[in-house]
Design a protein around this ligand. Structure first.
Ligand code: HEM
Length: 183
């Protein structure tokens, strides 16, 4: 019988990533304004720790996607919506990958040592300011693009859940269903 929803592991990683990205955005909110040096250094570490957990989950997510694929979208869904869904999903993968990469490059060029969980350091804390600001600018731009795409993603998911009721959103919502169960 063909699969009708995602594997439980895919759902767990999806929701963990969603929660952690929102938490990390919350920590990052501070960076735009004035911060005492000690507070900035500590917040950079908190932020990069959450970011590195997101990075590990992202790699796991790609692995699970390649291993299990994705269940097909409902047949009755209009073709343009299927295309839009695929574009948005791949767009999110690319943006999240770029977000993580630009965050790491910012950390490597920061003027303080960023060592998530004390496991390794991204740089020596003597980064060049212009290089740091360059990568941080990209990091911020990608963050804004992701926020915009996440809003579209959530609105589309709500539309399919409440208005179209075509079962596409429940593929990621129903933890208690086996992947092979129909309905
Ligand atoms: C989980 C996804 C992430 C999100 C949503 C995110 C978001 C942000 C945002 C909004 C800023 C502030 C930009 C600004 O105001 O100029 C920021 C700054 C920064 N992020 Fe991230 N980031 C993420 C992942 C990472 C990762 C993985 C790292 C590195 C390991 C990282 C390192 C940094 C650094 C070093 C800064 C600059 C802090 C400062 O200005 O002092 N970020 N991030």
């Amino acid at each position: 019988m063909p699969r009708i929803d995602y594997q439980v592991s895919q759902k767990v990683v999806h929701w963990l990533m969603a929660i952690l990205i929102i938490l990390d955005l919350n920590v990052a909110q501070k960076f735009g304004g004035f911060l005492e040096d000690a507070d900035r250094i500590e917040s950079r570490i908190d932020h990069s720790q959450l970011g590195m957990i997101v990075a590990v989950l992202f790699v796991l997510r790609i692995f699970l996607r390649v291993r299990y694929g994705a269940p097909p979208l409902p047949e009755e869904m209009p073709e343009w919506q299927k295309l839009a869904a695929h574009a948005a999903h791949w767009g999110l993968y690319v943006l999240i990958g770029t977000l993580i990469l630009s965050g790491m490059l910012s950390a490597m060029n920061a003027d303080s040592v960023v060592a998530p969980f004390g496991l390794f350091a991204f740089g020596d804390g003597n980064g060049e300011k212009d290089t740091f600001l360059f990568f941080r600018g990209i990091h911020e731009f990608i963050t804004n693009a992701i926020i915009a795409l996440i809003i579209v993603h959530v609105l589309a998911a709500l539309y399919h859940l409440v208005v179209a009721r075509d079962g596409s959103t429940t593929r990621m919502l129903r933890f208690w269903r086996s992947a092979k169960q129909a309905g």
